[in-house]
Design a binder for this molecule. Structure first.
Ligand code: HEC
Length: 286
């Protein structure tokens, strides 16, 4: 991986490594986020009581209870549940364990893998949170209600920001142990579907000498998941082998990504012909 990391990216990688190390340390079932009765400590983050609103579920459940394990490069099943990633990795994204089922299927809590995992009847793996007291039925009911209501994003993600990449999973600098079955890029504004072309975004794999790698495109399908107009879902058409990868956005006028409000993703490109690497990650089996 060091061969593809620009020096500027190295500190990012170190910070991520530290993050995921602390996340792993918390995975021993410490009960973080639960009170003596095993109920989530509501108001832990100070502000929002639990309701069927995404921000409230993030603040009361995903951040204090789930992101203890579901964080960083080694997040189980590639599901990162911190505030930055959880929405775009949950809503309309297929489960890794049972790819025919969406993690969150807006309008259909009973068909959402998230609910199956929380209630403990998913076909694969254990009830969540793993090795801890299950969430109270009332908490799961709030999450199910959020899904019934269409799984809307919270107010905090709707703040107006310049059109830019908001997050990518796997993250820049990640060394992931399992080949990711999908790469999710989320943006700060709703995307213009007509700007999503085969050349708009590509996944490339490094080959050749480590000092001078050659990057060649990997076959992928690209789509905006229904119900999450700020995300792009890249699905490799065959399993990714071990190696170094990069996600590249076109910077060429006419085939660059656009937002529904008309802004184009040409900034901050130094020149209009340059493509832009937004993510470099490696698949490194343990
Ligand atoms: C102690 C660590 C730990 C905690 C805490 C935890 N998980 Fe998990 N989670 C895992 C592991 C490990 C797996 C994969 C194995 C399995 O499914 O049992 C997993 C799998 C999942 C999956 C399946 C993902 C997929 O794409 O197939 C979902 C959904 C999930 N967890 C949600 C949650 C939620 C929501 C919470 C918080 C309420 C939570 N987890 C808390 C460790 C944890």
């Amino acid at each position: 991986m060091s061969t593809v990391l620009k020096p500027a990216l190295a500190p990012v990688f170190l910070a991520l490594a530290a993050l995921s190390a602390s996340g792993l340390g918390g995975c021993s079932g410490s009960g973080v986020g639960l009170d003596d009765n095993g109920d989530p400590i509501s108001g832990q983050t100070g502000t929002t009581p639990l309701s069927s609103d995404f921000d409230s579920i993030q603040a009361n459940v995903f951040t204090p209870i789930c992101s203890v394990c579901h964080i960083g490069a080694s997040a189980p099943e590639g599901l990162i549940l911190d505030a930055q990633h959880s929405y775009s990795l949950l809503v309309n994204v297929p489960s890794t364990e049972v790819p025919s089922i969406l993690r969150v299927d807006p309008g259909n809590p009973d068909d959402s893998y998230l609910i199956m995992k929380l209630e403990g009847h998913a076909a694969v793996g254990s009830q969540m949170p793993l090795d801890e007291t299950p969430l109270p039925a009332s908490t799961i009911a709030f999450i199910a209600q959020w899904i019934t209501d269409g799984a809307q994003p919270g107010a905090s993600s709707q703040a107006t920001a310049a059109f830019a990449v908001a997050s990518v999973a796997p993250e820049d600098g990640d060394a992931v142990p399992e080949p990711p079955t999908k790469i999710v890029v989320s943006f700060t504004r709703d995307l213009d579907a007509s700007s999503v072309l085969a050349q708009t975004v590509s996944l490339e794999r490094a080959s050749g000498p480590s000092g001078a790698p050659v990057f060649t495109p990997v076959p992928i399908s690209i789509r905006i998941p229904a119900g999450d107009p700020r995300a792009l879902l890249l699905t490799p058409l065959m399993p990714l082998s071990s190696g170094d990868y990069q996600v590249v956005l076109s910077g060429q006028a006419g085939i660059e990504l656009g937002a529904l409000d008309g802004s184009r993703l040409t900034q901050p490109l130094p020149d209009a012909q340059a493509n832009r690497i937004i993510d470099r990650f490696s698949v490194v089996p343990p």
